[in-house]
Design a protein around this ligand. Structure first.
Ligand code: ATP
Ligand code: MG
Length: 245
C-alpha cells in the first residue's frame, strides 16, 4: 500500500517525536559500553585503514570486498567493524550507531560535522577537490567576481562556499556520480569533483582549472562515546596517531 505523502503526517519528521523513528538506543543490537564499533567504507578507505588497524592490534575476520557481511568481527572480541557507504559514515557516528569512523574531508564538509569529534587526520585516501571544465572553456572569464557559472557536483556545500568566496554567482546542479559527463553534454560549464591522478579528466577531454582544497581522510568519534568509552577509545586513538607518519 502507498505511504501517505510526506508533510501530511508526523511520520515524515524522521528524527523527532515519532515513535519508532527516534534515534535513541532503540535496537537490541546497539553496542554496549564494553565494546566499540568502527564504521568504514569499502574500497580505498578500508584498504588504507588496514595498516592503522594492525598498528592497534586489530585484524578484521572477513574482507568486505569478498564477503557480503556488513558487520565484521575482528580478532578482538570488543571491537567490530560496520561497512557503510562513504557518504553515510558521519551519519552512523553522529547518531552513535558506530562509536568511531573514518571519512574523507570531502564527506565531512558536506555532512557538517554535527556531533562529531575529529581528533586525527589519518593522511590516507589523499586527493584534491577541484574545479574542472572542458578543454578550451574560458574559466578565467566565467569565474571573475560578478561572473556566473553553472556547476555540476555532488559537493554542493563545498562548491557553494568556494564560488561565494570568489564573488561568483553559481547555479549548482546536484549529481551523484559520473560528474565528468556533465560538461561534455552541456549540462554544466564546470564540475567540482575529487581528482587524484587526473586520468579520468584527461580521458574525457576535461582539465583541472582550480584546486579548491587538498583532501584526506579523518578519524571521527561520537562525542558521547568518547566520554562513555574513553578506556577503549583512547588507546585506539594513540595507536592510530603513532601509525600516521
Ligand atoms: P562511489 O565511487 O561508489 O560513488 P564514493 O565516491 O562514495 O563511492 P569512494 O570513491 O570509495 O566512495 O571514495 C571514498 C572516499 O575516498 C572519498 O570520500 C574521498 O575522501 C576519497 N577518494 C575519492 N576518490 C579518491 C581518489 N581518486 N583518490 C584518493 N582518494 C579518493
Ligand atoms: Mg568515488
Amino acid at each position: 500500500m502507498a505511504e501517505p505523502p510526506c508533510g501530511s503526517a508526523n511520520r515524515c519528521r524522521l528524527t523527532e517525536g515519532v515513535p519508532g523513528y527516534n534515534v535513541g538506543p532503540i535496537s537490541s543490537e546497539a553496542p554496549s559500553v564494553s565494546s566499540i564499533t568502527l564504521a568504514l567504507s569499502k574500497g580505498r578507505i578500508f584498504e588504507e585503514t588496514l595498516p592503522l588497524l594492525a598498528a592497534a592490534g586489530i585484524v578484521p575476520a572477513d574482507n568486505p570486498e569478498t564477503s557480503r557481511k556488513l558487520i565484521i568481527d575482528t580478532n578482538r572480541p570488543d571491537v567490530r567493524l560496520v561497512i557503510v557507504r562513504a557518504t553515510d559514515t558521519p551519519t552512523y557516528v553522529q547518531y552513535g550507531a558506530a562509536d568511531l569512523g573514518i571519512a574523507g574531508k570531502d564527506v565531512l564538509l558536506e555532512h557538517g560535522g554535527a556531533g562529531l569529534y575529529q581528533p586525527l587526520d589519518l593522511d590516507i585516501a589523499k586527493c584534491r577537490l577541484c574545479v574542472a571544465t572542458r578543454k578550451g572553456f574560458d574559466y578565467a572569464a566565467a569565474s571573475r567576481p560578478g561572473g556566473r557559472i553553472r556547476v555540476a557536483t555532488k559537493y554542493i556545500n563545498s562548491a557553494k562556499a568556494h564560488f561565494a568566496a570568489k564573488g561568483v554567482h553559481v547555479d549548482l546542479i546536484k549529481l551523484y556520480g559520473s560528474m565528468e559527463l556533465a560538461p561534455l553534454v552541456g549540462l554544466a560549464d564546470a564540475i567540482v569533483d575529487l581528482v587524484s591522478s587526473g586520468g579520468t579528466l584527461r580521458a574525457n577531454n576535461l582539465e583541472e582549472v582550480e584546486e579548491i582544497m587538498p583532501i584526506s581522510s579523518r578519524l571521527i568519534v561520537n562525542q558521547a562515546s568518547l566520554k562513555l568509552k574513553r578506556e577503549l577509545i583512547q588507546p585506539l586513538l594513540e595507536a592510530f596517531a603513532g601509525a600516521v607518519k
